[in-house]
Unconditional design. Structure first.
Length: 264
């Protein structure tokens, strides 16, 4: 290649480098401008805001019933009291297995061994001689929680436990296993209501909504009461061979949301 061609090639390279540097400079400038804009858009605390609330509800038919029961054992020694409680509890566990309750749905929630003390008799005519307080025996309370997934078995199970001598029965408490889905439905309804309020308020004020700057939620489930027999009072003694009529009703989940918008 002659000297003239070499000069042309060198100029072409310089021109390409200059174009590349120009494009790169423009790109960097655009990134800087975007970052600067975002700094004021998202990083700067909002000073002009409005806060709206919304409430949503979602209902679901319960698919799980929870029953709790407590067996009591008494004896002169702790070991005797434990043996009596264990025998009663084993009868209840065998009954649960017979009724098709899976092992994963049975959980011991409490096991308490308590001493029983003697108490001096009141003295009304002095001189009074009081015996020292002493341990005269022991009591064992073992509590168990049971999940019943077939709601059709609830009444029969309560009746069977009563017949087995388990007098301290509590429940049933009806719940929805997939409560998160129900809660999400209620939350969406609450957010939609709050957003609609914000849009109306912004229109009336002659401003526009920019972004959400804060969000909070509160709420909970409100189970509907079940219809049972009069002899099925919570913690009461069940009449033998009674089969309670159990109605699960429906559970309602309520979501209350509060949304703060920046306005301009």
């Amino acid at each position: 290649m002659d000297q003239h061609g070499s000069v042309l090639s060198s100029k072409r390279v310089e021109r390409m480098v200059a174009i590349f540097l120009l494009v790169a400079s423009v790109f960097v400038a655009l990134l800087a401008a975007d970052a600067f804009s975002n700094l004021f858009e998202a990083g700067t605390p909002a000073t002009n805001t409005i806060t709206v609330d919304g409430m949503g509800k979602a209902a679901a038919i319960p698919d799980i019933a929870t029953i709790s029961f407590t067996v009591v054992g008494e004896g002169k020694t702790a070991s005797q009291a434990q043996d009596e409680a264990t025998k009663k509890n084993n009868i209840a566990l065998a009954l649960l297995t017979e009724k098709g309750i899976e092992e994963r749905d049975v959980k011991t929630t409490s096991y308490v061994v308590s001493p029983k003390y003697s108490y001096p008799q009141p003295c009304y005519t002095p001189p009074c001689v009081y015996d020292e307080q002493r341990v005269i025996g022991y009591t064992v309370n073992q509590s168990t929680e049971v999940k019943v997934r077939d709601l059709g078995k609830v009444g029969d199970l309560l009746s069977a436990l009563g017949d087995a001598g388990i007098s301290q029965l509590y429940g049933p408490n009806f719940t929805v296993e997939d409560e998160d889905t129900v809660r999400a439905e209620a939350r969406k309804e609450a957010i939609d209501e709050a957003r609609a309020k914000a849009q109306i308020l912004a229109r009336d004020l002659g401003v526009r909504l920019v972004r959400v700057v804060s969000f909070s939620e509160s709420g909970g489930g409100y189970p509907m009461p079940y219809n049972g027999r009069a002899d099925m009072a919570m913690g009461g003694v069940m009449e033998a061979k009674a089969t309670p009529d159990i109605a699960p009703g429906e559970n309602e989940v309520v979501s209350q949301v509060y949304i703060t918008y920046e306005i301009r």
